[in-house]
Design a protein around this ligand. Structure first.
Ligand code: FAD
Length: 317
């Protein structure tokens, strides 16, 4: 079922979870162990992230280095199929521009349609770890809006080859990312919002936000979106903050602020357990307030911390 259908049929705020594919060589069981404690909350769907390949340098026998491409977390499409099978739940695979040609994207979408997946979250992706700027594949897309356009064209039966006009119409419900605290590359909030509007006008069915720790940032973002005519559902993305290190890692990687009140309390904690308890309490309060505000779905980034997410969701059910 499509994300938008879940929202339309819901009588209350829904729950969704996001997981990462395991590192290459690990079993799908690690995902099941991660999700098992969360499934009692009957999530509307589960998102599975996509990870581009990275360039690494391998030392050869003669002492020289060889540049190799390694994808550390492959398997997004397979994991979606496995989760649908195992839990009978809808899944939302992420699709990224980075490292993909248009043709590879088309083939991935064909696979997803054959598996019976109704949703995709389309994203640009970031630059690989050891590169400063995002560079599109020579035959790929530069922005999420272009990837979105390709999905929408396939939903209209238009494939890449000229002689394939009028092919089978896929039926993907398409989500895009939004940034309550601005995307780090955008020169200002207004420009970023207009780029978000471009994605919605291009056919995006809903928006999922980057994580935030201050609900007011989300409320302001929703208000600004509505002011410029963005009417689609805006699903808040929530992540538990459970370690001191995250106080500097999260702002650096995700360009988000940690409210002073929260960071001061974390700095006072003497043990990891205390930080985790505080992080859980903060997540519960955020979730309760968002639910009261009437958000359609609470989307949890569960990465590595299913227990904390479990405690938070249990507290609001
Ligand atoms: P875009 O919408 O393309 O925007 C990127 C930047 O370009 C923004 O600054 C925007 O303002 C600007 N821009 C957009 N269009 C134009 C234009 N036409 N001209 C000029 N500027 C423009 N990354 C992964 O690799 N895998 C994942 O699975 C993944 N999942 C994510 C899930 C969520 C909910 C979120 C919020 C992010 C996720 N990311 C993921 C990270 C994401 O790929 C990065 O944040 C990336 O830097 C931007 O992606 P985007 O889709 O928002 O890009």
């Amino acid at each position: 079922m499509k994300v938008t259908e879940h929202i339309a049929q819901a009588k209350d705020t829904l729950i969704s979870f996001e997981v990462l594919p395991p590192l290459k060589g690990k079993s799908i069981e690690s995902i099941y162990e991660h999700l098992d404690p969360l499934m009692e909350f009957k999530p509307a769907y589960i998102n599975v992230t996509y990870h581009r390949s990275e360039h690494m340098f391998k030392k050869k026998a003669d002492g020289s280095f060889e540049k190799v491409e390694i994808r550390k977390r492959p398997g997004t499409v397979g994991i979606c199929a496995a989760l649908m099978n195992h839990y009978n739940v809808d899944t939302v695979p992420h699709l990224i521009c980075g490292g993909f040609s248009r043709e590879e994207t088309e083939n991935a979408l064909i696979d997803l349609a054959f598996i019976g997946i109704d949703n995709v979250l389309v994203l640009r992706g970031d630059a690989p770890k050891n590169e400063a700027f995002f560079e599109p594949d020579p035959h790929g897309h530069s922005y999420a809006s272009e990837l979105l356009e390709q999905v929408v064209r396939m939903n209209n039966g238009i494939y890449l080859e000229d002689d394939l006009q009028g092919g089978v119409k896929t039926k993907f419900c398409v989500g895009v990312a939004g940034y309550p605290e601005k995307h780090f590359e955008a020169p200002n909030m207004q420009t970023d919002l207009m780029n978000l509007k471009r994605k919605v006008e291009g056919g995006a069915d809903y928006i999922v936000t980057q994580m935030f720790f201050d609900n007011q940032k989300y409320f302001d973002f929703v208000e600004k979106c509505r002011e410029i005519g963005i009417t689609v559902p805006i699903i808040p993305g929530l992540k538990p903050l459970t370690s001191r290190k995250q106080l500097s890692i999260l702002p650096r990687i995700f360009n988000v602020d940690i409210p002073t009140e929260f960071s001061n309390e974390i700095l006072k904690c003497k043990t990891d357990k205390e930080v985790e308890e505080l992080g859980t309490e903060w997540l519960i309060n955020q979730s309760k307030e968002l639910k009261k505000f009437g958000v359609p779905i609470l989307h949890y980034y569960t990465l590595g911390k299913p227990k904390v997410v479990r405690n938070a969701v249990a507290a609001i059910m």
